[in-house]
Design a protein around this ligand. Structure first.
Ligand SMILES: [Zn+2]
Length: 95
């Protein structure tokens, strides 16, 4: 999975998880016992988003974790190589 795709998945899962938790807490009276279930589902979604980020939001060259919230990072903060080019194999194939 590319780091751009991983960032989209992380943001989507965190946002959906946050919305589920907020909705469950806001509708606690309506949901009664199920509110805890939906809070758990929301937290699991958020945790999955962070797991995706930890596994796939990595530099294709040195495999170090990229900044979570810095979407426009043009270069890896650790090795300094440009990130737009994709994987090293794809860059070698193009050149
Ligand atoms: Zn790197």
């Amino acid at each position: 999975m590319k780091h751009q795709t991983a960032r989209k998945w992380m943001c989507s899962l965190l946002l959906v998880g946050f919305c589920v938790v907020i909705t469950a807490l806001a509708c606690q009276a309506l949901l009664r016992g199920f509110a805890c279930f939906f809070v758990g589902v929301g937290l699991a979604l958020g945790g999955t988003g962070l797991l995706v980020a930890c596994l796939y939001l990595r530099c294709p060259y040195c495999r170090s974790l990229l900044p979570l919230w810095e979407e426009s990072a043009a270069a890896c903060p650790r090795c300094g190589r440009r990130l737009e080019g994709g994987t090293p194999q794809a860059q070698r194939a193009r050149s």
